[in-house]
Design a protein around this ligand. Sequence first.
Ligand code: NAP
Length: 276
Amino acid sequence: MEDFQHQLLIVTGALICFSALLKCIRFMKYTFPHVWSALPQAFFRSLGEWAVVTGAGDGLGKAYSFELAKRGLNIVMISRTLEKLQRVANEIEQATGQKVKVIQADFTRNSVYKNIEKDLEGLEIGVLVNNVGMLHNPLPCRFLNAPDVDENLVNCNIISVTKVCTVCVKSKGLILNLSSGLGTFPCPLYTIYSASKAFICTFSKALQAEYKEKGIIIQVVAPYGISTPMTMHQKPGLITKTAEEFVSESLHYVTFGDEIFGCLAHELLVIASDNL
Ligand SMILES: NC(=O)c1ccc[n+]([C@@H]2O[C@H](COP(=O)([O-])OP(=O)(O)OC[C@H]3O[C@@H](n4cnc5c(N)ncnc54)[C@H](OP(=O)(O)O)[C@@H]3O)[C@@H](O)[C@H]2O)c1
């Protein structure tokens, strides 16, 4: 009996050390991405000529559009408000010299995909960022007290991801699906948002398993706080990143596996909360 207890303690200790080692390795990867897995300068451009970004008029989508253009891709920006799209498209073209095409679409409506497919026809798409998403309410609230926007939210947060993937998953390339830290656990007071983001995590990981062999990288990005219109431009700080900081950092990690939190600060937040 004593012998068994002794063996059990050794195995438990070994498992704890192994799990700590895995966390350290993960932490090192995020701290020194250039050493660990430096992406060649031309990595993004080598995937194809165009990047498609949904919800591109503001916040993270705007930042993804800018960053991918800086990395040599032409951009298709798809979003709701045409004037905003056109203004950002001009800024990107002037700053980077890349071509930018805009498509106006409201993803709460499921009638938009025929038009999107037609507009994307013939483009060599290398990168897709399924970024569009909405909250049920800007502030946390109980399910029954929230405005009745369930159908819109499901269309915008879930159906858009599956539909745009259907249009764009063809051959090799990179697909980034924006989930949320709040989708990695059942988050009360954000119930339907949290559930919709959990769908994105599961969908992306299963899709990656299906299409890895074809050379398609599918990664789910699950950030915590970022200062954007969605978070009412929360003041940036140690944890809350600006959209530009977050996107430029997270693009270093696109080959780091099928799920990332997107920046070192959010990775550390997850490690710390796992150990509470
Ligand atoms: N910000 C955060 O802290 C945070 C954290 C975790 C995950 N996320 C996720 O990251 C993604 C981007 O978030 P964000 O903070 O950048 O969002 P945002 O500030 O609300 O910006 C979203 C962009 O998407 C567009 N959009 C919203 N609803 C749309 C619809 N129904 N059809 C077409 N376009 C629509 C908006 O269009 P208009 O220009 O017309 O307003 C805007 O350009 C979302 O999926 C969100 O869930 C964000």
